[in-house]
Write a new protein. Sequence first.
Length: 389
Amino acid sequence: MEREKQLAVVHYHEIALKGKNRAFFERVLVSNIEKIAGEGVRVKRISGRILVEFSGNREDIKKILLRVFGIRYFAFAKKTKADINEIKKASLSFFEKPYPASFRIEASRSEKNYPFTSQDLAIEAGAHVKENTNIKVDLENPARTIYIEVVEGSALIYDDKIQGPGGLPVGTAGSVISLISPGFDSPIASLKVMKRGCEVEFVHFHSYPQTTRDSIESVEKIVGVLSEFSPASLKLHLVPFLDIQKRIIKDVPNSLAVIMYRRWMLKIAETLAQKSGAKALVTGDSIGQVASQTLDNIASISEAVKMPILRPLAGYDKEEIIDNARMAGTYSISSLPYDDCCNLFTSGSPETHSNIDAVKKAEDSIKDELQELAEEAIKNREEKIVQTN
Ligand code: ATP
Ligand code: MG
């Protein structure tokens, strides 16, 4: 039934505010829609919106557009000539019995020399609908709204605005490295910075063969899910971390082990970022969620690197993060059990209010050795290019 050519009109928001960057942002958004949608769509930019022409199923296109950051809302539209009689006819065609209790028409025009003002357009089309259906006009609280946009010699008419994911197009904000584990948090943290336009490269630290490869497999699957939101396939670094952990545990008090693990994860991630030109690191920390995420420990961990660390989930509750994971499609993978490398060799209670001087003192005597082990780990990392699942 839905095989003929169809049209979605896409609106964006913040990108319109970005001054002289606007053309750049729009070009990236067009290209991202093309790449995420793949074959079978034609994407075109016309004064302040984007038109997506497709011949497939609406539900499929809807799923795709809901994953393209930068889209504020979109609608499946009918396109006619910008002729008042055609517009009237198309507006009426949205009403089938049983009729809604009331309606309103909202019109806009991007050409100021069009013979009708926005208000006249709404009045003309509204009168036509009312004459033919007898449905009541209600400007305040209508049961149905029909939207008319006159642009570049055409009219786009639709009745249902679908809210997009918002944010900025991926690729407009520079690149970052995200520290990712198979848990619920870090995949969502990564998605949050993608939503703000960042390209993300991933790094996962594993303790194989002391642990199974479960965490690696889960992380690969999660990055596959995240790649559905990305115009390009995603890079994942798998870094062997076991030797570093063994060295730390030998000399560092057990209560500081996780803090020390985290410091060296960040140092390695920072080195990878310098290699690839990434400008910040991303973690899934949420303030106070676990012992390593108290403000004191966040400070002791962050001190290890110079590069900015983004923590997009700092203010999120676990429930909100899990809701996000359900929406993003990472929930079922993050629910699977895995051996967390950070639990390895640690026992008893971790320090919840570490002091940076004590942490640095504990690190000092083994710093050079850890540095060598870190270089070794970077050399021995596996690099994967993860495609959409
Ligand atoms: P997550 O759900 O993301 O695993 P979490 O609540 O389990 O987070 P922690 O395990 O304390 O919290 O980890 C805090 C952050 O440190 C993670 O969000 C992630 O960014 C990073 N991290 C933890 N373990 C790893 C790992 N093995 N590889 C890469 N990054 C990690
Ligand atoms: Mg974790």
